[in-house]
Design a protein around this ligand. Structure first.
Ligand code: ADP
Ligand code: MG
Ligand code: MG
Length: 877
């Protein structure tokens, strides 16, 4: 029979799929002999069943009852027993950490009777018992019964009346419990459930349901976490941090998640429970202060942290509670970190002998590297600093201030850059955080919700800027010196230093970009990047080329490590002043006029190619012959029509207008372009091939590869190829002639196409459009967000290559192409070439190289290395 419940002593960290991250790691800590309160985990499989069927799987209730009995015996108390109650927490925990996205309910088992038992067992500490009870109703009401949390918050704020929560007396808290029960009655029409077993059962189902809460769905989409995993549920015996000043609760990292430096990083809050630390209800103290408050627990905590780092061989973050001087571990996991810290930590762990260089490469990602290449603020010029908070998540963000998530989403939708400013954020702010360039809060530390979530998303964040007085209702904040900032004012925030500036501060290149540009690695981060990149390069099998079509980009691409150019588009060479020449070509009335126009274009093309060949110094350069339809180079139809109507048109304008009308297409994407142009306009491709050959003759060692776009049938390619080979022979230039594979038909007939092609380059932008049958420009705005919402795809197929459809065509073409021509060179030149997941696909599919924009080259190099070293990518998130 299926097993749906695991005691903490039965699980381990490898069972994340089943037990979720939290459950698996609680089990792991239990097995390590660390002080974890006893408990058990309901599997994510049970959750999936519940979500699919609408009811819990058969046998689950029995299993829970059995494990609860065992827990009760172990603790010597019974759940909710009137004179000495066992209390438990019910905690969500999915495979991938989703901080604050799902639900947790503490103090299950309290009711009007057991609250007295709890007080008695705590040595007559009534205040503690009523505080625990009001927390239960508040959390249960909000998360299980779907009551607006603000109602409870308001009642609490009103009672506090400016005081701290710790100032409330037992009697006041008892009154608050009555108020809360009233809210529950009013909102649900029923009394707060007094039966502890009802509480437990309802809470478990609420945690299951929280998997599909809107904010959880949004978070998963953002983080590309699959939608069908479900969450596990952990039932844990309660330990109490709210028993007085000898108790408390905290969070810690084994290293600084911002810089990667080793040390003691964390926050601690005396006389508090659970979420109080991250919610920022009172100001926490730095973890170092715990040494003064409770030396025994502090020392034990440090030694546990060391045990965990050595055991997990990575940065861990932990949640703990101290109950009257006794330390309890409530959670650990491999901690989220900034991109810079990821590189630093990976190399530090290598130096400490904890991991190998191979592993170090798998511990960082292309996305993180891309983040490090973001610009940062210029140090020059006068910058008006208004305050400094904590550097929670690096980056340089500039934007207009907004105070609510709704406004952030609204303005960002209008194309504005915004900075979301909040006292503190909560999970409901997620949409605003996604929409904003950066996030600024006045409360909360490096472990606050804002900080954790922003780091996960790679979003710039400054938190805990305590000098700021933020008023969302009045849409303004004030800073020291009487500075007032209103909604719409521009500020700049530096997530690497914590600084906040008034107005727009200019940005400059990152040190990592400077390093790729050739600067000597001198700081610690750059040295770490250098070591990891060198190792990735030494293990990768895929070559990395650049998409570049001018000498400047080509030179940068080489500095960034490109081993050639995989896509040099020639149509960019027809823009600017040269448009005029294309117009002449289109308007040519005779063979002679057409040839004259082509002859005029040739020297321009030739000089462009010379520049590129020089920059690439003997590396291969794949040049794509002209691809877009010619009408793209002509003036706008409306502009010409207006001229004609107002009588301002010249003869040429009138001729152009006629040409524009003649060349108009319903579906330009599927019209007269690519190889079709070459076959329809005599001399066009020949001119380009001649320009390539002539340029190659002038640059010793040049290695051109001529690429024909949009081929669907080998016959098209043969015709063009014949002409090209003739010209190459005549000029004595050696060049490969190959084709793009970007129509499904070319992929499906690759065995034939390879007869006439010395290389294939997958044009996955067009291949994706044609495979799905949609045009990118039309669909992205029209319905992609809806498709993403519906989960039809988890990520746009233009961003990450669609393995099942487009990927299958690629695999067919690889196999059949190579069967015809064993040495066939294979590459990819769509935008996917710089996307981490797609690079892994290209590696698996056996391509020779990927080609991407110059700035993505380091990312592609790193991911090509990781593709060799990571067999199971899923745990590196
Ligand atoms: P999240 O996934 O949002 O971090 P958790 O399940 O970790 O939620 O619960 C949040 C906090 O509640 C924990 O950090 C811990 O402080 C507190 N908590 C959870 N279970 C218990 C327990 N059994 N005893 C005491 N505190 C608990
Ligand atoms: Mg937690
Ligand atoms: Mg194309």
């Amino acid at each position: 029979m299926a097993k749906f419940v695991y005691d903490f002593t039965e699980g381990n960290r490898d069972l994340k799929d089943l037990l979720g991250g939290k459950g698996a790691n609680l089990a792991e800590m239990t097995n390590l002999g660390l002080p974890v309160p006893p408990g058990f985990t309901i599997t994510s499989e049970a959750c999936r069943h519940y979500l699919a069927e609408g009811s819990v799987p058969e046998g689950l209730e029995r299993e829970i009852a059995d494990h609860l009995s065992a827990l009760e015996s172990a603790m010597g108390k019974k759940l909710g027993q009137a004179d000495d109650p066992l209390l438990v927490s019910v905690r969500s925990g999915a495979k991938f950490s989703m901080p604050g996205m799902m639900e947790t309910v503490l103090n299950i088992g309290l009711n009007d009777e057991s609250v007295h038992g709890l007080a008695k067992q705590a040595g007559g500490n009534d205040r503690f018992a009523w505080d625990s009870y009001r927390r239960l109703i508040q959390m249960f009401g909000k998360t299980v019964q779907d009551i607006d949390g603000e109602l409870f918050e308001h009642a609490l704020e009103k009672l506090k009346n400016g005081r701290q929560d710790t100032d409330l007396t037992a009697q006041e808290l008892q009154g608050l419990v009555e108020t809360y029960k009233g809210i529950v009655r009013e909102q649900t029409g029923k009394d707060f459930p007094a039966d502890p077993r009802d509480q437990l059962r309802l809470a478990v189902m609420a945690v299951f349901d929280s998997w599909n809460a809107p904010r959880a769905i949004l978070y998963r989409r953002q983080e590309r976490i699959p939608a069908d995993l479900g969450t596990a549920v952990n039932i844990v015996a309660m330990v109490f941090g709210n028993l007085g000043d000898d108790s408390g609760t905290g969070v810690a990292f084994t290293r600084d998640p911002g810089s990667g430096r080793q040390g003691i990083y964390g926050d601690y809050l005396q006389n508090a429970q659970g979420e109080d630390v991250v919610a920022g209800i009172r100001n926490t103290v730095p973890l170092q202060d715990l040494e003064r408050i409770d030396k025994g627990s502090y020392d034990e905590l440090l030694s546990i942290m060391e045990t965990l780092e050595t055991h997990y061989r990575d940065l861990c973050d932990i949640e703990f509670t101290i109950e009257r001087g006794k330390l309890w571990m409530l959670q650990t996991r491999v901690g989220k970190r900034t991109a810079a810290a990821a590189f630093r930590i990976a190399v530090q762990l290598v130096d400490q002998g904890l991991i190998t260089l191979d592993e170090a490469v798998t511990r960082v990602s292309g996305d993180q590297l891309a983040q490090l290449m973001f610009p940062r603020f210029s140090q020059e010029g006068d910058r008006k600093t208004i305050t400094k908070g904590m550097n929670a998540s690096p980056g340089a963000a500039v934007g207009k201030v907004v105070f609510t998530s709704e406004r952030a989403v609204e303005l960002a939708g209008q194309g504005e850059d915004v900075i979301l400013v909040r006292r503190e954020t909560n999970p409901d702010d997620l949409s605003g955080m996604i929409a904003a360039r950066g996030v600024l809060t006045s409360r909360g530390g490096k472990t606050s919700h804002a900080a954790v979530v922003a780091r996960g998303m790679g979003k710039t964040c400054v938190c805990g800027a305590e000098e700021l007085e933020v008023s969302s209702s009045q849409k303004r904040f004030t800073a020291p010196g009487g500075i007032e900032v209103r909604e719409g004012d521009v500020i700049s925030i530096d997530g690497s230093t914590g600084e906040v500036f008034l107005g727009e501060v200019p940005v400059v290149d990152s040190v990592v970009v400077e390093y790729f540009e050739g600067a000597q690695p001198d700081d610690e981060l750059v040295k770490a990047v250098d070591r990891i990149m060198a190792h990735a390069d030494s293990v990768r099998r895929l070559g990395v080329r650049a998409n570049a079509d001018n000498a400047e980009d080509s030179a940068r691409a080489r500095r960034f490590g490109a081993q050639g150019i995989g896509l040099c588009r020639t149509e960019h060479m027809f823009l600017g002043e040269r448009r005029q020449l294309v117009e002449d070509l289109v308007l040519a009335a005779s063979k002679q006029e057409r040839q004259a126009a082509l002859d005029a274009l040739e020297p321009h093309q030739k000089s462009d190619f010379i520049g590129i060949f020089r920059a690439m110094e003997g590396l291969p350069v794949t040049i794509r012959l002209i691809d877009p339809p010619l009408h793209e180079f002509l003036p706008d139809l409306v502009a010409l029509s207006v001229k004609a109507a107002t009588g301002e048109a010249t003869d040429k304008d009138r001729a152009l207008l006629a040409a524009v009308k003649r060349l108009h297409e319903q579906n330009p994407m599927l019209g007269l372009r690519g190889v079709r142009l070459g076959l329809v306009i005599p001399g066009l491709f020949a001119m380009q091939v001649r320009a390539i050959a002539e340029a190659a003759r002038e640059v010793p060692g040049a290695r051109p590869e001529i690429m024909i776009p949009l081929v669907a049938a080998v016959q098209e390619l043969e015709a063009v190829r014949e002409e090209a080979v003739k010209i190459l022979r005549a000029t004595g230039v050696d060049a490969l002639v190959g084709t793009m594979i970007e129509t499904p038909r070319a992929a499906l007939t690759a065995g034939q196409v390879a007869e006439a092609a010395e290389f294939f380059s997958f044009g996955t932008n067009d291949l994706t459009q044609m495979t799905w049958g949609f045009s990118r420009d039309d669909v992205e705005a029209a319905f992609f967000s809806r498709y993403l919402e519906l989960g039809i795809f988890g990520v746009s197929p233009f961003e990450t290559l669609d393995r099942d459809g487009v990927g299958r065509l690629v695999r067919i073409a690889v196999e059949e192409g190579r069967a015809t021509r064993p040495g066939l060179k294979l590459g990819i030149c769509g935008e996917h070439g710089g996307d981490p997941d797609s690079v892994h696909f290209c590696h698996e599919a056996g391509l020779d190289y990927v080609s991407c924009s110059p700035f993505r080259i380091p990312v592609a190099r790193l991911e090509a290395g990781r593709a060799v070293l990571t067999h199971n990518d899923s745990d590196t998130r």
